[in-house]
Design a protein around this ligand. Structure first.
Ligand code: URA
Length: 205
């Protein structure tokens, strides 16, 4: 059994606790933990996989290439990035050194599950009405169990642990697609998924 969640009542305390985290080995090689950013109370929370190279250096989520795709898609969906709380399922960058480069490595189930309690605390503090899981790692963390994206993609579903979720792809996936037509189609579908959230939020404003 894991220990009960620590009693953390502010984002400042949460950032400090995340930066002192040794719950899995990823803290050893990362520059710093990358905490969530955004309004202390936001109606929408976006959850990515883990910080990338740029995020690890700057200490902020989605400031690299995937962040560029995300910003554009949010704007096209009618969502202001400044209104959204953006975080990751795993708070430390996992990578493999290759010469001077640091190659992204996917977090494993143990690392995702160890990091999950930080996301739980973020959700308790922010109280978003919708949590968007970007990609498989985020979906595992948000849902609290392995789940296939295609089974739940693009619609609002109730979470067993409270709140509502929408699952979609990770913006890095779009960056990796080589075929231009396919890339455009996947991007359009990504924007359409985000628009589902924008519509629900507009209805309940
Ligand atoms: N990918 C993520 O999942 N999160 C980031 O913060 C950046 C890239």
């Amino acid at each position: 059994m894991d220990k009960p969640l620590p009693d953390i009542r502010s984002h400042k305390a949460l950032r400090a606790a995340e930066n002192a985290c040794t719950r899995c080995p990823l803290y050893k090689n990362a520059t710093q933990a990358v905490p969530g950013v955004g309004p202390a109370r936001a109606r929408l929370m976006l959850v990515g996989e883990q910080p990338g190279d740029q995020e690890d250096k700057q200490g902020r989520p989605f400031v690299g290439p995937a962040g560029g795709v995300l910003d554009k898609a949010l704007a096209e969906a009618g969502l202001a990035r400044g209104d959204v709380f953006i975080t990751n399922a795993v708070k430390h960058f996992k990578f493999e050194p290759r010469g001077k480069r640091r190659l992204h490595k996917r977090p494993n189930a143990y690392e995702i599950d160890r990091c999950h309690w930080w996301l739980d605390i973020e959700r308790k503090l922010v109280k978003p009405s919708i949590v968007v899981a970007l990609g498989a790692t985020a979906l595992r963390s948000v849902a609290g169990r392995p789940l296939a994206i295609n089974k739940v993609r693009g619609r609002i579903v109730d979470l067993a642990n409270g709140g509502r979720m929408l699952a979609t792809i990770h913006p890095s996936y779009i960056l990796r697609i080589e075929d231009e037509a396919d890339k455009r189609a996947q991007y359009r579908r990504f924007v359409a998924d985000l628009k589902v959230c924008a519509k629900v939020l507009a209805r309940t404003a």
